[in-house]
Ligand binder design. Structure first.
Ligand SMILES: [Zn+2]
Ligand SMILES: [Zn+2]
Length: 243
């Protein structure tokens, strides 16, 4: 159908192509085209949650303060942030993709998109995280229409040079080493395995009919899922207050 083909493209005079593809547009609520907000989605957007170092430096200089050097570079700080987000979000279910924007435009700065394998997990994450604080920032979470990040990403940026820089309206996705994502996936699989073990153990303990040697043997195993052991790879993790 013609209308279906032009939906969310430049030809579409009704629906905003930026909102459709990227989940945000620089005109925000004042956009002349429609932002068709989804009622459900496997993808949630946590708005402005990553503290972009360039933006932070601007804010600090506005209030006449020097940035506090904490001994870590911007890359390390970002990777710690990514790891933390990945772990927090994985508590709700398996992540398909986690994307942090490097853009500087007011409508995109610090945006984090999390696409879950299961839509229900995205709903749980939204419900729990929206309105909470992370790193002293209020989390504003919404469903995002973005399910195909290939359409949302800036191809020029991915190829190494975008002449629009941080103010580009397509996603400039901060790169994360693939090995780190694999490590995080392994870590999450390990918690899930322990959680399952613990759940089974509890069920057995609760069930009076289970007095078999196997049941008792199993109950001696399994560790609490929260006991995940301190930092991974010896990297320190900042503790943050959450309300
Ligand atoms: Zn728009
Ligand atoms: Zn770009």
């Amino acid at each position: 159908m013609h209308l279906a083909r032009i939906h969310g493209t430049e030809e579409d005079k009704v629906n905003c192509p930026f909102y459709f593809k990227i989940g945000c547009c620089r005109h925000g609520d004042k956009c002349s085209r429609k932002h068709d907000r989804p009622a459900f989605s496997p993808t949630i957007l946590i708005k402005h949650i990553f503290r972009h170092p360039e933006r932070e430096a601007e804010l600090q200089s506005l209030i006449g303060q020097q940035c506090k050097p904490d001994g870590r570079g911007d890359v390390d700080a970002f990777l710690d942030f990514f790891e933390d987000m990945y772990e927090e979000l994985s508590k709700f279910g398996r992540l398909d993709q986690l994307v942090v924007c490097d853009n500087l435009g007011d409508h995109m700065v610090g945006h984090v998109y999390a696409k879950f394998c299961d839509e229900e997990d995205a709903a749980d994450a939204l419900q729990v995280m929206n309105g909470r604080y992370y790193d002293e920032k209020l989390m504003e979470v919404e469903y995002s229409p973005v399910t195909d990040f290939r359409e949302a990403r800036c191809r020029d940026f991915d190829e190494g040079s975008c002449c629009r820089g941080g103010y580009c309206n397509f996603m400039h996705v901060k790169p994360v080493p693939i090995i780190m994502i694999q490590d995080l996936e392994d870590e999450v699989n390990e918690w899930k395995r322990r959680d399952n073990e613990m759940r089974k153990r509890r069920q057995r303990e609760r069930s009076p009919s289970d007095s078999s040697d196997e049941g008792r043997r199993r109950s001696n195993h399994g560790r609490r899922s929260k006991d995940r052991g301190g930092s991974r790879n010896g990297r320190s993790r900042r503790s943050r207050s959450r309300s």
